[in-house]
Design a protein around this ligand. Structure first.
Ligand code: GDP
Ligand code: MG
Length: 197
């Protein structure tokens, strides 16, 4: 793969997507807030983990498509998930799966990409909701606020990236030399390739 793999974070509002994004990217690029619907536009950041590099996308909350903004956000969310190589669905460990969680999981699984479930807020006492029914077998309990589980999550993400292509392979350059005969196209090509003419 010539480009950096894309990993999308999706889930209903307030489960901690932006907090997890910030934790993984290591900066405060995404807007985080306790009101739902704060992150309307996708925010991207770069993550390096061992020899792997990936582009992480934070998305708007998975609102029900009642108003127009929400339905635009839903379209954007679907596009982001479809463009991704790996999708992380974030849920809140303090709440049993809601219909919005199920919809987020369904949307992610529909992409046919590797899907991981990040069960966030596991630092909260008694946060032990079960998410088996979402149909996502690869699950990691995390605390975006404290960082717990974020390394395990990145290990899992990278195991899927490793299956896509070796990441230390430099991007391929595709180059065409155009010109009339005898102007020196082959000599330039040989020089660029380090070959003697
Ligand atoms: P988003 O709407 O899914 O992007 O959620 P945010 O990242 O904006 O977080 C929503 C709320 O959950 C904020 O008040 C966060 O501080 C809180 N939150 C996020 N992650 C955690 C976590 O791991 N533990 C706890 N206790 N709270 C969290
Ligand atoms: Mg957010």
């Amino acid at each position: 793969m010539a480009r950096t793999p894309i990993v999308a974070i999706i889930g209903r509002p307030n489960v901690g997507k932006s907090t997890l994004f910030n934790r993984l990217v290591g900066s405060r690029m995404a807007i985080t807030a306790s009101e739902s619907g704060t992150t309307r536009d996708a925010v991207i950041g770069e993550v390096s983990w061992g020899k792997y590099h990936l582009t992480l996308t934070d998305t708007a909350g998975f609102d029900s498509p009642g108003d127009e903004i929400a339905s635009q956000a839903l379209d954007q969310l679907k596009a982001t998930a479809n463009d991704a190589d790996v999708v992380i669905v974030v849920v809140d460990a303090t709440t049993e799966p809601t219909n919005q969680d199920k919809a987020a999981a369904k949307l992610a699984l529909k992409t046919k990409k590797p899907v991981l479930l990040a069960i966030n807020k596991s630092d909260i006492k008694g946060a032990s909701a079960s998410f088996e029914r979402l149909g996502i077998s690869q699950q990691v309990r995390v605390s975006a606020i404290h960082g717990r589980g974020s390394g395990d999550l990145l290990d899992l993400v990278c195991s899927h990236i490793a299956a896509l292509a070796p990441s230390d392979q430099p991007p391929l350059l595709k180059l065409a030399l155009l010109g009339r005969p005898n102007v020196g196209k082959s000599s330039i090509l040989n020089a660029l390739c380090g070959r003697s003419a």
